[in-house]
Design a protein around this ligand. Structure first.
Ligand code: AMP
Length: 210
């Protein structure tokens, strides 16, 4: 079974998808992480994606489809994938349906993490990532352990102006996926993401029934 985590930037998809992947023995597929890794390594993909990412715009769909296909065909994803940051618009959702169909896989559920907008902006400005593990922390609410505090970094696109633009892109392009999946009769669950990381995780585990 595959699962999608939906929610605005800063809603906690990265944190929750890592925790859930570990807990449920599934593979996290985070297109943003794959793209950031390509940017860091200076690959062709990274060069192509960087300007879009820095501007808070979506990277072209064709680029994303290649990434997702190869991530899904990895042996680690056989038992199930948790998508974080994909799909981001209706064409991507349609493509995902096609890819899953071809592979004989099914989308089990969509979990939407809801967080009030002002909280999203505050969260993102304090967000830090460990470049070695991809784990996400917050300088106040979830500080990194002392031994890695020196190496955590802030994402270039977590600057306030870019954050506001990313929220607009979310509302215009990604939020319509909620009704897309409701009409497709995929179970869509909403969880309140303005609570502790553990509570949100336990609620999601309960909802998806594993
Ligand atoms: P994220 O880490 O999911 O917030 O993604 C960071 C940035 O990577 C986004 O603002 C986009 O520029 C790009 N990105 C990540 N996933 C996608 C996607 N599925 N489609 C288009 N662009 C994406």
């Amino acid at each position: 079974m595959d699962l999608i985590l939906l929610g605005a930037p800063g809603a906690g998809k990265g944190t929750q998808s890592s925790l859930l992947a570990e807990r449920l023995g599934m593979e996290k597929i985070a297109t943003g992480d794959i793209l950031r890794d390509a940017v860091r390594r200076g690959t062709e993909l990274g060069l192509e994606a960087k300007a879009f990412m820095d501007a808070g715009e979506l990277v072209p769909d064709a680029v994303i489809f290649g990434l997702v296909k190869s991530a899904l065909s990895a042996p680690a994803a056989e038992a199930g994938a948790i998508f974080d940051g994909f799909p981001r618009n209706v064409p991507q959702a349609q493509k995902l349906e096609e890819i899953l169909d071809e592979m004989g896989r099914t989308l089990g559920a969509v979990v939407v993490i809801d967080v009030p907008e002002e909280m999203l902006v505050r969260r993102m400005s304090g967000r830090r990532t460990d470049p070695e593990t991809g784990n996400v922390y917050h300088i106040e609410h979830n500080p990194p352990p002392a031994d890695i505090a020196g190496r955590v970094v802030q994402r270039d696109d977590d600057l306030e102006e870019t954050v506001r633009h990313r929220l607009q892109v979310y509302r215009a392009a990604t939020e319509p996926l909620i009704s897309f999946y409701e009409s497709a009769e995929v179970p869509v669950y909403h969880v309140r993401g303005d609570r502790s990381i553990d509570l949100v995780r336990e609620e999601i585990v309960g909802l998806i029934g594993r």
